[in-house]
Design a protein around this ligand. Structure first.
Ligand SMILES: NC(=O)c1ccc[n+]([C@@H]2O[C@H](COP(=O)([O-])OP(=O)(O)OC[C@H]3O[C@@H](n4cnc5c(N)ncnc54)[C@H](O)[C@@H]3O)[C@@H](O)[C@H]2O)c1
Length: 228
């Protein structure tokens, strides 16, 4: 019996890297998975890998920076998977430059994917979760949301924004049984995922959403402990 049996998940950035590892592990644990990405070939390949392993995976072409695209992808996934219980906001891009060396175009490009994308997907997934009586939002941030890393101005600003938005959504939606687990948000009590005053008791400590496997790839681990 998988820990995610009966759950439907929409996972952005699942065409490669960490997002693909999350999608495969979710499916292995019994979830029906919508692989959401702008990379059609990679997304279709993730869905194929899920099906090949005996799981349920569909690819939904999604540009997280575009509200129309997000809205229609979430609606298609909800229809095809028969609901939506978990949103994983993993899609992200990196731009390496210090602030004075970052063009406005690069700043806006990074913020559009890494922060606007999290906002748009959450905005359109949350009403479905509320309708279902609850759910979970997993936001993949970065250690760069907490500490400065040389020449990562736009990236680290975007990831700090993700952590701030995650905390805010926990306050707004925790009482409605929607939990959030931002990776990179280490609470002073040492737990990953943290706790918010309004939701104490609902949020449980979570491990970071990915771990480097030491061989140039990633494996997902400890994603959503306690998910009902
Ligand atoms: N790799 C790391 O060391 C590391 C460390 C900390 C955090 N992260 C975060 O983890 C997440 C995944 O990183 P990764 O290393 O697996 O990267 P990756 O490049 O392998 O995967 C990112 C995915 O996002 C997709 N994507 C990009 N723009 C998109 C858009 N507009 N709409 C839809 N999909 C889009 C890409 O097509 C790709 O499949 C990112 O949010 C990243 O910031 C990565």
């Amino acid at each position: 019996m998988g820990r995610l049996n009966g759950k439907a998940a929409f996972i952005t950035g699942a065409a490669s890297g960490i997002g693909r590892a999350i999608a495969l592990m979710f499916a292995q644990q019994g979830a029906r998975v919508a692989v959401a990405d702008r990379d059609e070939a990679g997304g279709a390949e993730t869905a194929r890998l899920i099906e090949e392993a005996g799981g349920c995976g569909i690819f939904v072409s999604t540009d997280v920076t575009n509200e129309e695209s997000v809205q229609s992808a979430i609606s298609a996934a909800n229809g095809k998977l028969g609901g939506l219980d978990v949103l994983v906001n993993d899609a992200g891009i990196v731009h390496m430059a210090a602030a004075a060396d970052t063009s406005l175009e690069d700043w806006e490009r990074v913020l559009a994917v890494n922060l606007r994308g999290v906002f748009l997907c959450s905005k359109h997934a949350l009403p479905l979760m509320r309708g279902n009586g609850g759910g979970a939002v997993v936001n993949v941030a970065s250690i760069g949301s907490l500490v400065g890393i040389q020449a990562h101005a736009a990236y680290n600003a975007s990831k700090a924004g993700v952590v701030g938005l995650s905390r805010q959504m926990a306050v707004d939606y925790g009482p409605e049984n929607i939990r959030r687990l931002p990776n990179g948000d280490r609470h002073p009590n040492g737990a990953w995922g943290g706790r918010d005053r309004c939701c104490a008791g609902r949020l449980r400590p979570a491990a970071p959403a990915e771990a480097h496997n030491g061989a140039g790839g990633y494996r997902a681990c400890g994603l959503v402990p306690g998910l009902r």
